[in-house]
Each structure stands twice: as C-alpha cells, then as structure tokens.
Design a binder for this molecule. Structure first.
Ligand SMILES: Nc1ncnc2c1ncn2[C@@H]1O[C@H](COP(=O)(O)OP(=O)(O)O)[C@@H](O)[C@H]1O
Ligand SMILES: [Mg+2]
Length: 584
C-alpha cells in the first residue's frame, strides 16, 4: 500500500477530501513562499543600507517601493487562492461528509440507534467533522509546508555554513521527536476526556428527557449531585489532557529557543574569527527567528493532528455501518404479511423470537397478544424492517421484505404506536406528516375521520394552533387521534398498531376505537394489544409465548379451547373489577 493510501485509510478520507488536502497543501506552500519574500527584501535593504561591498545589491530606493507594491498585489492574489483551497473547498466537502452521514442514518437499521445515543451521533456529525475539517484545511497543510521550507532552508544554510546551520537546525528534530513520542500519552488523555464528556452529555440529555420523573421521585437533588461529580471528572480529565499537550508542545518550543542561543554563540565565534561579515551574522539572527516561528506552530499542529486521528476514526465508524439496501420498485399483488419461521434476537443476546410463523391477511384484523416482554413489539419492528430477521423470512404480498428498500417498503405501512411523536408546529402540519403534499382539504377530512375536530375546535387557533414541544399541550387520547389522522391521510394498505390505545382511559379509548374503525377498512391490520377487550373483534388472534406462536384462531375458538388466551381473558376480566378499596 502506498503512503497516500495508508494515510487515506487511516484518516478515512474520500477522494475529494484527499484532493482537497493536496490543494490546500500546495496553496499553503505558495503562501508561505510569498510571505518569505519580504524577509529577503528586508535583508537586501539592510545590506544596501550598511553598504558592505561583498553583499551590496545597489538597488534604487524606488525599486524597493516598486517591489513592495508588486509584493502586496501578489500577496493579495495568493491569499485569495489559499482561501479558496483551504477554506472553501474543504468546508464544502465537510458539508458533503455531514449530509453523507445523515443520508446513511436514513438507511441504517434501527438497531443502530438502539446502540448509539443520539447525542453521540450529533457530536460525531458536528464536532468530529469539524476537527477533521480543521486538520485538512489547516493543520496538515501548515505542517507539511513548514516541514518542506524548514528542510530546504536548513539544507541551504548547512551547505553554506555547516557550523551556523547546525546551530540553527539541531533543535528542530529534537522538538518534533518530543511531541511525536508523547503522542500515545496525549491520545490516551484526549480519549479519556472525550469519554467523560460523552458521559456528561448523555446524563444531561437524560435529565432533560426525564425531568418529570426525577421530580416525581424526588430524585433531582441526588441526580444533580451525581452530575456535579461527573462534571468534576470532566474538568479533571480536561486539565490533564491540556497539561499533557502543553507540557510536550511547550517543551519542544523551549528547545527551539535554545537554538537562538546556539546560533548567536556560533555566529559570534565566526564573526570574531572574521570568517563571516557582520551582515551575515545579522541575517542569520533574523533567519533563525523567522525559521522557528512556523515550527512553533507546526509543533502544535503535529500534536493536534495526532489527536485528530481519533476523531476521524469516530466518523469512520459511522461510515462503516452496513446500510439496509433493497429494490426501490415494489409492487406486490396483495398485502398479506407472512412470517415464515422467523428467529430473532437483539444484538446476538437472548433469543426473543425463536420460530414464529403466521399470516396476517389483507382485509382482516389480526391481533397479536401475549404476556408483556414476549416480543410482540419486536414482531411489529421486524414486519416494518426497522430491524432485519436473523432466521426465516417475512414476506409482504409474497415479496421477501429484506429485498425491498426500507423507505420504499415504509410507503406501504401506516404505523400507530403507543407513543406518538408530535412536532412543535401546528396541528395541521402535524397531520400532514402522514402524506407530504396533501391539500388542506385532505388533511381536514382525515382529521375529521379521526375525530380530531372536537378537541381541535377548542384550541385557540383551531388547526393553526402550535401544539408545543412534542405536543405537550395535548392529552394522550388527543395525540393518539392525531397520529390516526396521519395514518388515514397516508392511506397505506397495511396498518400496524402497537398498543395504540393502551394508555388511554375508557372514554378516549372508545373515541380512538371509533377513529380506528374508519382507518382499517379493507386493509391488512396487525394490532398488538394486551387489553383483551380490544382484540375480541379481531378476525384472528395470534398468541405469542416463549418465542413461538402458542395459539392461533378466531377469538371465540380460542376462548372455548381453554388455552393461554382464554386464561388471559379471564385474568383481565378479574382485574377490571380491581378497586382502590383493596383486594377482593
Ligand atoms: N432495543 C432492544 N434491545 C435489546 N433488547 C430489547 C430491545 N427491545 C426489546 N428488547 C427485549 O426483547 C424482548 C421483547 O420485547 P418486546 O418486543 O418489546 O415485547 P412486548 O412488546 O411483547 O412487550 C424483551 O425481553 C425486551 O427486553
Ligand atoms: Mg410492546
């Protein structure tokens, strides 16, 4: 593998980024070259002023003015060029990298989000890409440019005067070596810092999401104490990381300072011997200072680049996730859902579904029941390809859904979950999410069918009312009806409802039921419920137990057969009579 390939792989760069890096490096080299010209002119000017014969350039003062004007123009042009290469190109590609990551998020299986915390994803997309961007646009080009110049100038001085050359050059490799050798340590500290920060971000996120629960359980004070502890840890890790970095970088920079001293001494010796004229001595002193300036920065850059590798790795991790792919044309003859010997476990853990087979037919309501934790929601997630099965297969209208692009497949489904996600916009727009581009009339008629009218008319601005962050102003039943209106608007051939009415009181449940009955006509309906009352009108009941289908049949058959279903019905009829006055 060539050096460039190994670099590309290490940094996870695409061709465009690699090209941009080369462009930015060339631009930085050119800029640095142009910036060195004033120094040379200054040396010439001083030489002319002193009037030393050996080093006289005899330029007209006006020539210096002309040179300065030309130089200013050239510098301007070069700056624009550098700006375009280093900022514009690189930043534009960063945008592409970010949108690429976001695109990927659309195609990765949901299992990915179960493992990764959303804050972590945000940090990767924003923070880590920014670090990579700065490395590509600044740190690496600047480091390469300064290395190139230092080598060229260093060799030139060494050839011209080995003693002065040595006096100037010796600290440079020493300083770089110091930073380079400390890289492992710096990386470790940096990683620790990132881990601690991640933990805190997660905790803050969690506290925001669960603030009501924390208050209800009187757990706010201990929680804050724990948070303060974590923040202290972050502070400690941050200080250590900065200190390690500073220690080695500043150490390297101090070594450079020694170079000025050795140059002054070596030059003084040569001057007193008469080997070099005063002019050369002055030139050497000017040179040593301006040679070390870029190296000071290069040392910081080197340290930053070594650190940036970790950030690039985190971006790479996202780009390496397998995407769910499939055909984008999907036109099945019917919409029967069939599970064929499906086996599944989350992340290779406990087997949730062992061997599940059943058919949910188009035009029928199929109810999936079973004790909590038996994998009913899992069945819904697999049917919609939120996750992919481990064994067996699932077909929709005879087509294996693992061959269909997830977004295309989703076009055939309306899903009503127990938790309805609402957005902080108007009721109208919240319903329109069901079908982008639906007219106001269509939205209103779906809302009416879903029995939204009665509560919406009581809102201050009707359908134009903004319903607050995640619909905080609405009750559970109201939110549920909005989500049903979405499903009615979408009018997909398959409806999946996971505990859609589980959290509702009896009155709103009956309203939601009514709305649902309008939604389901002529469709494939898979309904998951643990209230037996809800499923008694289903055409077919599938009882899930022990990762398998324990019973299957019409509600009346199953009740008569005296199996698991009938026992569940009895149990619940009993619990309906439960009262606050105590156990019967
Ligand atoms: N994202 C997940 N990662 C790991 N395990 C999960 C996940 N979701 C559910 N489970 C586990 O899978 C089992 C079935 O869950 P679920 O399908 O939600 O059951 P049900 O809906 O029947 O109550 C449970 O043991 C649950 O702990
Ligand atoms: Mg569930």
């Amino acid at each position: 593998m060539s050096l460039s390939d190994s670099l590309k792989e290490r940094w996870g760069l695409n061709e465009k980024q690699w090209g941009n890096l080369k462009g930015a490096t060339v631009a930085t080299l050119v800029t640095d070259l142009v910036l060195m010209v004033p120094m040379m002119i200054a040396i010439m000017f001083v030489a002319d002023l002193i009037g030393d014969n050996q080093y006289d350039f005899d330029l007209d003062p006006w020539a210096y003015v002309a040179i300065c004007i030309v130089l200013m123009l050239v510098t301007g042009v070069v700056y624009v060029y550098e700006y375009n290469r280093c900022f514009f190109d690189v930043y534009q590609e960063s945008r592409n990298v970010r949108t690429g990551m976001a695109e990927r998020m659309r195609k990765v299986p949901l299992s990915f989000f179960a493992k990764k915390d959303p804050t972590d994803l945000t940090v990767r997309m924003m923070g880590d890409v920014t670090v990579q961007e700065t490395a590509l646009s600044h740190w690496i080009p600047a480091l390469i440019a300064s290395l190139v110049f230092t080598t060229v100038i260093g060799v030139m001085i060494l050839v011209w005067s080995p003693l002065i050359g040595l006096a100037i050059v010796w600290p440079i490799p020493v300083a770089f070596l110091m930073v380079f050798l400390s890289a492992g340590r710096q990386k470790r500290e940096n990683r620790r810092k990132m881990e601690k920060m991640e933990a805190v971000t997660e905790m803050i996120q969690e506290s925001l999401e669960c603030s009501a629960d924390l208050k209800a359980n009187d757990a706010t004070a201990p929680y804050l104490k724990r948070l303060a502890g974590k923040l202290d840890e972050v502070e400690g890790a941050e200080v250590r990381s900065e200190l390690t970095m500073t220690l080695f970088v500043v150490g390297g920079q101090l070594v450079l300072k020694l170079g000025i001293a050795t140059t002054a001494i070596a030059g003084a010796v040569l001057l007193s011997e008469g080997t070099i004229p005063l002019m050369v001595y002055i030139a050497a002193l000017i040179m040593v200072g301006s040679m070390y300036n870029p190296i000071n920065i290069a040392l910081q850059n080197l340290s930053a680049i070594l650190m940036a590798e970790d950030h690039c790795e985190r971006i790479q991790e996202i780009n390496d996730i397998g995407m769910q792919t499939g055909s984008e044309s999907f036109d099945p003859g019917s919409y029967d859902i069939a599970f064929e010997n499906v086996g599944f476990s989350y992340d290779g853990g406990r087997t949730v579904l062992e061997d599940v087979s059943f058919i949910a037919r188009q035009g029928e309501v199929t109810a999936l029941v079973g004790p909590s934790g038996e994998g009913k929601s899992t069945v819904a997630r697999l049917a919609t390809r939120f996750w992919d099965v481990d064994r067996g297969r699932i077909t929709l209208g005879g087509v294996d859904i693992s061959t269909v692009d997830p977004e295309t497949l989703m076009g055939s489904y309306s899903i009503v979950f127990q938790d309805v996600v609402l957005f902080n916009t108007t009721v109208m727009e919240n319903i329109r999410i069901g079908r982008k581009g639906a007219t106001d009339e269509e939205v209103l008629s779906a809302a009416e069918a879903a029995m939204c009218d009665e509560f919406v008319s009581a809102l201050p601005e009707g359908y134009g009312t903004v319903i607050g962050e995640n619909g905080g102003k609405l009750s559970g039943g109201e939110r549920q009806r909005i989500s049903i209106a979405r499903a009615i608007l979408k009018d997909a051939p398959v409806i999946i409802m996971d505990e859609a009415t589980a959290s509702l009181d009896t009155e709103s449940e009956s309203r939601v039921q009514k709305a649902l009955s309008r939604l389901v006509v002529g469709k494939t309906v898979l309904i998951i419920a643990h209230r037996m009352r809800t499923v008694e009108e289903a055409d077919k009941i599938v009882v899930l137990s022990g990762g398998k289908v324990a019973e299957e049949g019409s509600p009346s058959d199953l009740k008569e057969s005296g199996g698991l279903f009938s026992r569940m019905v009895e149990l619940q009829n009993g619990s309906d009579a439960w009262s606050l006055r105590g156990h019967r």
